[in-house]
Each structure stands twice: as structure tokens, then as C-alpha cells.
Design a protein around this ligand. Structure first.
Ligand code: ATP
Length: 247
């Protein structure tokens, strides 16, 4: 499902500020991976990452603040591409894939990131429905599945409300519903319980475990020790940009 071999990541420098005339390394969508293949460059935020996660796995992603957890998840979501090394996702070698293939792959990944990226002009219902509409599902089925998902996260009474009229925790629950409504084969969640109370946090991880039992591979970055104890699972432990242990 996920295979990384000696992967490194540098973020792009601000435009106009190349250091020593070097080309920017980390990139957004679609750049070539041959740029910036400098091993161990001091500004790499991820270094020497080797990973092999089988389909259907559940992994916590742990480590102190700044260790690289979000960066690893962004890499797995293809929001950034590795600046060196090889990466394979759902059987696709990323370094050889064309933009259109990467875009299709990205649509198969559910994400809950710290910045929720809800569309402000759309209701909670429409934010969640968007993905299914892009996939061309019939409207009656969308109605049923989105309604069911929003009720599950406790927002059944707020289907028509826009994000700015929802609390932080409610917005986060909309983002969670949106991430899982299409039953993605890969689900990446970065601190998904940060704005939730304990009961909601437990419910959320139960939902993630259910999806995992239905076959989704799930990676969840968290600082919440209580949850890790309650839901024992192998962990990717990050430390200063490297993977300290896997399992
Ligand atoms: N867009 C960016 N551009 C440049 N550097 C970045 C960017 N995002 C993160 N970094 C740097 O990458 C390193 C790892 O950050 P990252 O957010 O991945 O850590 P984290 O383990 O998720 O931390 P936290 O637990 O605080 O969220 C940090 O040194 C951070 O300053």
C-alpha cells in the first residue's frame, strides 16, 4: 500500500530566495523528482525514511512537535513530493507517475488535516457531498450517504449550516465526514481529535477502526496518549525528521 525507500523532503524556499543559487527542492504538485537529490541536506525536514505499510494496516504516527509527522502525512497525500528517494503508493511508483495519475490517486485518499479546508460558501452537507458529486454518484445515494455520515458525527441537525456558523469542533467533524464518506482505501488524519472532547475523540477513533476493519489503511498522527492507550496499534515514531521505529 505504502512503500518509501530512502525518502527525503525539503520544502520549497520562498520565491526569489534560492540559497547559493540552488534550485528549490520540495515542490507542490507534479514536479520532477530529480531536482534536489542532495542526500542529508541540512534543510531536509524528512530524511532517510524507509517504510513498508501493507494494505489494511492501522498505524499511529507519533513524535514530538516538529518531528515531521505532518510532513510525512503531506508526503503520503502527495501534497508535496519527495525530493529524493523512491515512493510507491497503492502500487503506483510516484516518481514515474504523470500528473493525471497523481490526481486520480489523490482522490482515493481521505485526509483530515489541521487546516480543515472547508469551502466557506457551501453548507456542511454540500462540503461533504462534493467528493461524491465529483465521482458522479446519483443524487439520491449522495443524499442518503452524506446524511448518514453527518448524523453519525452528530451534525444531523446542521446539514444546511455553513462552516463559519459552526464551532471549531463541529467544523472538524464536517471535515472528518468529508474525509471518510467515500470509504477511501487510504485515510490520513493529522491530529483529528484536537478540537474534540474525550467522548467525541473516542467515537472518532472507533469510526477509523471500523473503516480499517472494512479494509481502509489508516494513519493517524496524534499527541493524545489516552487514545493511544485505549486503542493499541503499531506506531511510526518520528524524531527530528527521521523514522525512529516502525511497529
Ligand atoms: N511549509 C513548510 N515550509 C517549510 N518548513 C516547514 C513547513 N512545514 C513544516 N516545516 C518544518 O518541518 C519540520 C517538521 O514539521 P511538521 O509540521 O512536519 O512536524 P510535526 O511533527 O507535525 O509537528 P506538530 O506535532 O507540532 O504538528 C519543522 O521544523 C517545521 O518548521
Amino acid at each position: 500500500m505504502i512503500r518509501l525507500d530512502d525518502v527525503g523532503l525539503r520544502y520549497e524556499r520562498a520565491r526569489g530566495q534560492p540559497r547559493d543559487g540552488a534550485r528549490a527542492g520540495g515542490r507542490g504538485h507534479g514536479g520532477g523528482m530529480r531536482d534536489g537529490q542532495t542526500r542529508g541536506s541540512p534543510d531536509e525536514v524528512l530524511r532517510d525514511i524507509a517504510l513498508d505499510i501493507p494494505a489494511g494496516a492501522f498505524r499511529w504516527v507519533l513524535g514530538p512537535s516538529g518531528a515531521g509527522k505532518s510532513s510525512l502525512l503531506r508526503l503520503l497525500h502527495l501534497s508535496v513530493l519527495p525530493t529524493r528517494g523512491q515512493m510507491e503508493l497503492m502500487g503506483i511508483p510516484i516518481h514515474r507517475a504523470r500528473r493525471a495519475v497523481l490526481a486520480r490517486l489523490r482522490r482515493r485518499i481521505g485526509v483530515v488535516f489541521q487546516d480543515l479546508r472547508l469551502l466557506p460558501e457551501l453548507s456542511a452537507f454540500d462540503n461533504v457531498a462534493l467528493r461524491l458529486r465529483l465521482d458522479g454518484l446519483p443524487e439520491a445515494r449522495i443524499e442518503r450517504e452524506v446524511g448518514e455520515m453527518l448524523r453519525w458525527v452528530g451534525l444531523g441537525a446542521k446539514l444546511d449550516v455553513r462552516p463559519r456558523q459552526l464551532s471549531g469542533g463541529e467544523q472538524q467533524r464536517v471535515a472528518i465526514a468529508r474525509a471518510v464518506v467515500h470509504r477511501p482505501p487510504l485515510l490520513l488524519a493529522d491530529e483529528p481529535t484536537a478540537a474534540l472532547d474525550d467522548r467525541q475523540a473516542v467515537r472518532l477513533i472507533e469510526l477509523f477502526r471500523e473503516l480499517n476493519q472494512l479494509g481502509s489503511t489508516v494513519l493517524v498522527a496524534t499527541h493524545n496518549d489516552g487514545l493511544i492507550r485505549r486503542f493499541p496499534a503499531p506506531a511510526l515514531r518520528m524524531d527530528r525528521g527521521t523514522l525512529r521505529s516502525d511497529g
